[in-house]
Design a protein around this ligand. Sequence first.
Ligand SMILES: Nc1nc2c(ncn2[C@@H]2O[C@H](COP(=O)(O)OP(=O)(O)OP(=O)(O)O)[C@@H](O)[C@H]2O)c(=O)[nH]1
Ligand SMILES: [Mg+2]
Ligand SMILES: [Zn+2]
Length: 387
Amino acid sequence: MARKKKVRVALRKNRQNRTRANDLTRDFRQDEAGTAAAPTSDRIRPRGELSRHRTIIEEAGPDGGESSGDSSDAASTRAVDTATCLRGRVIRMHGLLLIIRGDDGQNYPCHVRRLLKSLEIEGRNVVTVGDRVWFRPAGSGGAEGLIERVESREGVITRGYRNRQQVLAANVDQVLIVSALAEPGLKLGLVDRYIVSAEIGGVRPIVVLNKADLVDMAAFQWVVGLYTQLGYETVVTSAADGRGIDRLRELVSQGVTALSGQSGVGKSSLLNVVQPGLNLKVREVSDWTFKGKHTTTSAELIELEQGGFVVDTPGLRQFELWGVVPGELEAYFIEFRPFIPHCRFPDCSHTHEHSCAVKDAVYWGQIHPGRYDSYRKLYHKQPLPGD
Ligand SMILES: Nc1nc2c(ncn2[C@@H]2O[C@H](COP(=O)(O)OP(=O)(O)OP(=O)(O)O)[C@@H](O)[C@H]2O)c(=O)[nH]1
Ligand SMILES: [Mg+2]
Ligand SMILES: [Zn+2]
């Protein structure tokens, strides 16, 4: 449990009209794509109006529960006035404007505090979809609230993007790694990479093999066997004929579930069948060769009727593993683990060494050659099919 300490903080006289030169929000509403050009010098609230003080509760100490190891710590240890702030979860982002689902079930459009925003500009994802936040709701007449604090994260979905780590979704319990058995065809290297990414992010991977209506499943039964044996639940689905949908519905009815996978594999289609009426945008024609923009363009947390949240993330064309050095990769191939201590060299990379127990296990059929192949390609940072 977090230790609490009492601190005296300045109370802002913050019920006055804001003094911004322009209305950022209105601009963003009209031009969500234009956020990159947003003025960054504009101060959300004027300084110099601190007067009264009051006592608030702040989490303190190294055992304050900040275990995520990501850079949101600075934001998550911020003090919050619990008398005037509410708790909630980021469900959607429109540039700098975030939609928060308060614990009271209401939606609140909010901005990020300037201080938090500046951390973001330094290359950190201070606030993202799924984050649990404290926010100060808008006063009467005011349009937007203000996010005051971001809690530390548990499970994260990330991607490397323009040489930075981008956290697509936070506090995710499990991820449906969706592949299509046809159109565009199964790429096991990609499945393995998503599994590694889930293991790194602390999210339970579930393998979903979609578009089963387009193939003869007899040819793919070994794939189901492979991942099931590794301990990863594997579900064969079809958004077209409905198979596997009951199981998916059960899986997503608890906690937060992200969907990842290449563009066009049917993530949005599956969600639309899991909950009819969701009306997520789906590609009009089955044109899986289409290399243009993704149909789903930003992550969004969707609350399901039967409980649970899902995050329909955009298909990741530039998906790369982030923050894993080759030497650590072995830890995320769970079936390698029992063999690793038997390698001759303690720093064995399992790629070229003699007396490598992992390679022996591949030879003797205890490790699937396809999985070993994925390991080697990831180790050498070679492109995998589907890039
Ligand atoms: N035959 C068949 N077609 C499917 C199935 N699931 C999805 N599709 C089709 O595949 C195409 C792509 O589906 P989407 O749901 O848009 O794919 P997505 O994974 O959400 O793609 P992005 O949003 O771009 O990442 C659409 O034309 C769907 O109708 C399925 O189970 N069987
Ligand atoms: Mg989609
Ligand atoms: Zn080895």
